[in-house]
Design a protein around this ligand. Structure first.
Ligand code: AP5
Length: 226
């Protein structure tokens, strides 16, 4: 099973790129945030617990996240390979993922870091609209839908996420950047991190990621971007 993980700050474009890559590479896109939002909508115990953290821009505790992702890795649709989007978000999650994958005779083949400076992250999150059916992301300026308020892909209604309110965006950036750098360090140490400039247009970021996947050994680091 091939495994790529998307790493990046809130709003960096992980979801946008993971969806495109999954389509092009024939892999399953697994987004931890989408799984939590689904659980919140369904009112499951995991959803109720996760909501308490998501509403204040905090990370959901590691054991809850790890159990949820492990369960998804065992589903049939993950067998062709997965692109993990939003997971791992902390070093313990990255270590737990390595153990879980080793049990399935797999490993992280590449960690794809999309770097974007903080002021651009705020601009992206405040202009984002996502669809109710599948969370497909749009942006009022950089990626408007063909018909206002309607998803181009599945025709469902577009809405603004609760945690994209300005005060929650600030809290997400304050609380989530430090653990993200721990994850970057973890994959740098393993030699599988590739960093791309996420400030480019969406298609150029995709091209850079595809090049990085084809040449996974290229050196990378934090760069100046968040
Ligand atoms: P999650 O849903 O994962 O949110 P996030 O990481 O904050 O990431 P986002 O979905 O906000 O952004 P993105 O990077 O996917 O950007 P997007 O492609 O949409 O998590 C939500 C919450 O769940 C967390 O806060 C936490 O509480 C909890 N959680 C989830 N996973 C967890 C974990 N592992 N551990 C603990 N807690 C967890 O793009 C953003 C906007 O920019 C869009 O409008 C898009 O159209 C636009 N855009 C994208 N690329 C470009 C570009 N190149 N140029 C211009 N605009 C662009």
């Amino acid at each position: 099973m091939k495994v790529y993980v998307m790493v990046g700050a809130p709003g960096a474009g992980k979801g946008t790129q993971a969806a495109i890559l999954a389509e092009q590479l024939g892999m399953r896109h697994l987004a931890s945030g989408d799984l939590f939002r689904e659980a919140v909508r369904e009112g499951t115990p995991v959803g109720l617990e996760a909501k308490r953290y998501m509403d204040r821009g905090a990370l959901v505790p590691d054991p809850v996240v790890i159990a949820m992702i492990e369960e998804r890795l065992d589903r049939q649709d993950a067998a062709a390979g997965v692109i993990l989007d939003g997971f791992p978000r902390t070093r313990p999650q990255a270590e737990a993922l390595a153990v879980a994958l080793a049990r399935r005779e797999a490993q992280v083949d590449a960690a794809l870091y999309v770097g974007v400076p903080e002021d651009e992250l705020v601009r992206r999150l405040s202009g984002r609209w996502v669809c109710r059916a599948s969370g497909h992301p749009y942006h009022v300026v950089s990626k408007p839908p063909l018909v206002t308020g309607i998803c181009d892909i599945d025709g469902s209604e577009l809405y603004q996420r609760e945690d994209d309110r300005p005060e929650t965006v600030r809290a997400r950036l304050e609380q989530q950047l430090a653990p993200m750098y721990d994850v970057i360090d973890h994959y740098t140490e393993l030699g599988v991190l590739v960093a791309v400039d996420g400030t480019q247009p969406i298609a150029a970021v995709t091209e850079a990621l595809l090049r990085a996947i084809a040449h996974p050994a290229r050196p990378a680091g934090r760069s100046e971007a968040a």
